[in-house]
Design a protein around this ligand. Structure first.
Ligand code: SF4
Ligand code: SF4
Length: 433
């Protein structure tokens, strides 16, 4: 199908993409670690409920925790071996969470889900739910729930922008597993009951654009390289020209958005009967000795990734995910999840460690904010503990936590942290305002 040019949106920023280190490195299967710690909260929603206990023998691909209610997700073992405990350990953001700890016997005894009787929409949705598939672009929203919108929709939009700098895991899937990703996209469209499929790919991936333009049943949209192009609302506008109003969902514009890795996981669950227990991650940053795209088992310690790729002496910061949205980690003794797309080892020249200075009211953050918010107001009111006013005057409820405001701020205000704190306080106070 002919390639369509994406619609222009004026906000956001141009950040160096730093993808050249890993973009041409084929996906490598990483050896499973001796111990995996598999989180019970790898998704938005209620934590999963363990169905195994200490001392139990498990197989790779065996259900170890069931969804804990609405917006929950099943969790599967990523190795064969013995469960040694269910315990609290720190997550990538330092907050303790519960993990099932499994000692790998390195025999890789694997089980699969039962074969499906058909490929009807209800069967596909049930399989996606059973396989524990969640949005793998970072949000972790259970995919099956997203495929059951309350409002009728007519379009599936695939987020193949991969606009976060450094990350190339989706790109590698697109060029190495093109047909499998395309099959996953068709299954998602069938489950959703739509025929219109848009695949939004940033211009800096011309070979992926070319590969997907071979399919007649999906419209490839060539997107300008801008951050945050992968944000759902901007992607929908660029691909379809439809606007999602403030406070509304993509379904209100007739669209559902899914990402490339999720489509690949759907293909594997439906066609290979494989639940979600591993994913491709990018390991990069100037501090990495080798830059790689690795197929990693869920629950792998970041310390094992560090060892696999090598680390330079002067690394200043470790980041989980991409540099714009991913949290900096206090330690590499934390574990990968279904949504972990990257691990960055960064040198001083890649990061800005300047101390924040007072706001100079330059307005740069508001000018760049892709959601047209007032980040300086969110920061001001959050710093004075007036979270309601941060919502009222800053518009924090529409913030997509993209980090653009912090990136452009000349005073180096810790805007991302203020926004995260404000959202947390508002949620604690009884729901988003
Ligand atoms: S206020 Fe939110 S949406 Fe706007 S730039 Fe900052 S992080 Fe992004
Ligand atoms: S960019 Fe920074 S200094 Fe400028 S108005 Fe926003 S918070 Fe203040």
């Amino acid at each position: 199908m002919k390639i369509k040019k994406g619609k222009f949106f004026p906000k956001g920023v141009h950040v160096p993409d730093n993808k050249s280190w890993s973009k041409d490195v084929p996906i490598e299967v990483m050896e499973a670690p001796d111990i995996v710690c598999i989180g019970l909260q790898q998704h938005i929603g209620r934590p999963s409920v363990p169905v195994v206990g200490p001392g139990d023998e498990v197989l790779c691909g065996q259900l170890i925790a069931k969804e804990g209610g609405y917006i929950g997700a099943n969790v599967y073992s990523s190795v064969s071996g013995k469960v040694t405990g269910i315990e609290k350990r720190p997550g990538v953001n330092g907050v303790p969470a519960e993990y099932i700890v499994i000692e790998n016997d390195h025999h890789d005894r694997t089980m699969t889900l039962p074969p499906l009787p058909d490929r009807e929409p209800a069967t596909i949705k049930a399989r996606i739910r059973e396989a524990g598939i969640v949005g793998m672009g970072g949000a972790g929203f259970p995919t099956e729930v997203k495929l059951s919108p309350k409002t009728p929709v007519d379009s599936l939009v695939i987020n193949a922008a991969e606009c976060e700098p450094y990350l190339t895991c989706d790109y590698r899937l697109m060029v190495e597993k093109t047909d499998e990703v395309a099959q996953g996209i068709r299954l998602l469209a069938k489950a959703l009951g739509v025929e219109k499929i848009f695949v939004g790919i940033e211009k800096n991936k011309p070979d992926a654009i070319e590969l997907f333009s071979r399919y007649d049943d999906m419209q490839v949209v060539s997107l300008k390289k801008a951050y945050p192009m992968g944000s759902e609302k901007h992607l929908i506008y660029s691909c379809t020209g439809r606007k999602v109003p403030c406070g509304k969902l993509p379904a209100d514009a007739g669209c559902v958005v899914q990402n490339v890795a999720t489509a690949f996981a759907v293909y594997e669950a439906v066609e290979k009967d494989k639940p979600l227990y591993e994913r491709v991650m990018t390991v990069s940053g100037c501090g990495a000795v080798h830059h790689k795209n690795l197929l990693v088992r869920t629950g792998t310690p970041f310390s094992a990734l560090r060892e696999n790729c090598g680390v330079k002496d002067d690394v200043t910061m470790f980041v989980s995910g991409g540099p714009m949205m991913g949290p900096a980690m206090a330690s590499t003794d934390v574990y990968s999840t279904k949504t972990t797309s990257g691990f960055l080892m960064m040198l001083p020249e890649e990061i800005d460690v300047s101390f924040p200075t007072p706001c100079i009211n330059c307005g740069a953050c508001a000018d760049a904010c892709p959601m047209n918010l007032a980040p300086m107001q969110i920061d001001f009111y959050t710093q004075s503990g007036q979270y309601d006013l941060a919502a009222k005057y800053g518009g924090v409820k529409d913030c997509i936590s993209c980090g653009t405001c912090a990136y452009v701020c000349p005073a180096k205000r810790a805007l991302t942290q203020s926004i995260a704190l404000c959202k947390q306080k508002l949620a604690q106070a009884g729901g988003k305002k």
